[in-house]
Write a protein that binds this ligand. Structure first.
Ligand SMILES: Nc1ncnc2c1ncn2[C@@H]1O[C@H](COP(=O)(O)OP(=O)(O)O)[C@@H](O)[C@H]1O
Ligand SMILES: [Mg+2]
Length: 373
C-alpha cells in the first residue's frame, strides 16, 4: 500500500532521512516511533507529497507518487495532525465537510456523511452545530479524525494525535482507532513517541533513530527479539516511563471487608458501619468471591433485616485481576458507573479499586508527566 525505496531527505547539509526502505501492507496499522527529531513527521509528509524526497522513490497503491497529481493523491490520504487543527470559527459540521465541499458534494450528501461519521465515534447529531471550543479534548480529536475520514480515504496518516489527552481519554481513542482500522479496513500510519501506545495498537512497529529505521517488527517480535541495544533501551526506558499507569495491584487497597453469604442484612449493615465502608464482598461457602452488596443496594431493596445477603448480592459486578492494567480498571469503573471494583485472583478477593485510587493514580501521572516534559 505504501512503499519507500531508499528514500533520503535533506535540508541543505542536514540529512534528515538517510535511506528509508519501508513496506506497509493494505489494512495494516503501522506505528512510527522514535525519539524526537528522528524523522517521523518528515516520513509522513513525504507520503502525501507535502515535501519531496531528495533521493529515492515512494509508491502509494503501486504508483510512484512523483507521477501523481498531489491534489489527487491527497484525496486518497486522510491526515490528522498533532494540534488537531480544527477551525475555531467553523462548526463541527463545517469542519468535517471541508473536503467534501471542495469536491462539490451537495448538501444532502455531505449532511448524510457527517451524521454517519459522528455515529462512528459514538457522538450525537446535536454536536454538528457546535463550535470546537465547546468540545472536550477527546471530542475535538475525534472530529479531527472524522474530518480526515470524510471522503473515505484508504490511507490515514496520524501524527501524534493523542499526545495532549489525559490517559483515560487516550486509551478509549486508541480502542476506537483499532476498531476503525479493522472495521473500515483503512491502512493507518500512526506516529507516536509512546511505546505503550505503539505496543497496544500496532500491527507493525517501525522504530526510527537519526533518520534510519532501526527495526520494523510486530509488537511481539520487538519485545522478544529487539534488534539491538538501542531498541532494548528504548523499550525499557519507555516501559518504566513516568506517565505510565500502573497495574491494578499497585493502585488497589488490600483492605477488603468480606462477609459469608449466610450473613443477615442487619449483620452486614453493622459490619459496614463498624469498618466504615460503603459495601462488603460476599463470599460463598468455600470462601470464594460471590458478589458485592452495598449500603445503597440495601436501602433501595425492600428487604427484612434477617434476610440473607446472598439473595441481594450483586453477582454481575465486573472484577479485575491484580496484574491487569489500572487504566482498564478505571475505564470499567467510569463506563459502568461503579464506585468500588473488586480485585479477584482465581476466586479469591485480594483487593479493591476505589474512585480514590483512581484520582491518586491519575494525579501521579499528571504530576510526573508535567515534571518530565
Ligand atoms: N523544513 C525543515 N527545514 C530544516 N530542517 C527540518 C525541517 N523540517 C524538519 N527538519 C529537521 O528534521 C529533523 C526531523 O524532523 P521531524 O521529522 O519533524 O522529527 P520527528 O517528527 O521525528 O520529531 C529534525 O532535526 C528537524 O529539525
Ligand atoms: Mg513530529
Amino acid at each position: 500500500m505504501v512503499r519507500f525505496e531508499n528514500v533520503h531527505m535533506s535540508y541543505g547539509e542536514h540529512a534528515v532521512l538517510k535511506g528509508i526502505d519501508l513496506h506497509i501492507e493494505p489494512g495494516q496499522l503501522a506505528v512510527l516511533i522514535g525519539p524526537s527529531g528522528c524523522g517521523k513527521t518528515t516520513t509522513l509528509q513525504l507520503i502525501n507529497r507535502l515535501i519531496t524526497p531528495t533521493e529515492g522513490k515512494i509508491f502509494v497503491n503501486g504508483r510512484d507518487i512523483s507521477t501523481v497529481d498531489p491534489v489527487e493523491l491527497r484525496r486518497g490520504i486522510g491526515y490528522v495532525i498533532q494540534e488537531i487543527g480544527l477551525f475555531p470559527h467553523m462548526t463541527v459540521k463545517q469542519n468535517i465537510e471541508i473536503v467534501p465541499k471542495l469536491l462539490g458534494w451537495d448538501e444532502q450528501k455531505r449532511s448524510a456523511r457527517s451524521k454517519e461519521l459522528l455515529k462512528l465515534v459514538g457522538m450525537e447529531e446535536r454536536y454538528l452545530d457546535v463550535y470546537p471550543a465547546k468540545l472536550s479534548g477527546g471530542q475535538q480529536q475525534r472530529i479531527g479524525l472524522l474530518r480526515a475520514l470524510a471522503v473515505e480515504p484508504p490511507i490515514v496518516l496520524m501524527d501524534e494525535p493523542f499526545g495532549a489527552l489525559d490517559p483515560i481519554t487516550r486509551e478509549s481513542l486508541q480502542d476506537e482507532i483499532m476498531t476503525l482500522n479493522k472495521k473500515l479496513h483503512k491502512t493507518v500510519i500512526f506516529v507516536t513517541h509512546d511505546m505503550d501506545e505503539a505496543l497496544k495498537i500496532a500491527d507493525v512497529i517501525i522504530l526510527m533513530k537519526d533518520g534510519n529505521i532501526v527495526q520494523a517488527a510486530t509488537p511481539k517480535e520487538l519485545l522478544s527479539h529487539p534488534a539491538n541495544e538501542f531498541v532494548e533501551s528504548f523499550i525499557g526506558k519507555q516501559r518504566q516511563a513516568v506517565g505510565k499507569l500502573d497495574t491494578v495491584r499497585e493502585v488497589m487497597s488490600a483492605r477488603v471487608v468480606c462477609a459469608p453469604d449466610d450473613t443477615s442484612v442487619v449483620e452486614a449493615v453493622d459490619l459496614m458501619r463498624r469498618q466504615r465502608v460503603p459495601s462488603v464482598f460476599v463470599l460463598n461457602k468455600e470462601g470464594g468471591f460471590d458478589g458485592q452488596i452495598s449500603i445503597k443496594d440495601i436501602q433501595s431493596f425492600s428487604c427484612t433485616g434477617d434476610e440473607m445477603i446472598s439473595r441481594l448480592a450483586n453477582k454481575q459486578i465486573p472484577t479485575v485481576h491484580p496484574e491487569g492494567s489500572a487504566s482498564e480498571a478505571f475505564k470499567i469503573m467510569m463506563q459502568e458507573n461503579i464506585d468500588e471494583l473488586p480485585v479477584v485472583d482465581g476466586d479469591r478477593v485480594v483487593g479493591i479499586v476505589t474512585r480514590r485510587s483512581m484520582v491518586t493514580s491519575l494525579a501521579k501521572v499528571v504530576w510526573q508527566g508535567e515534571a518530565h516534559e
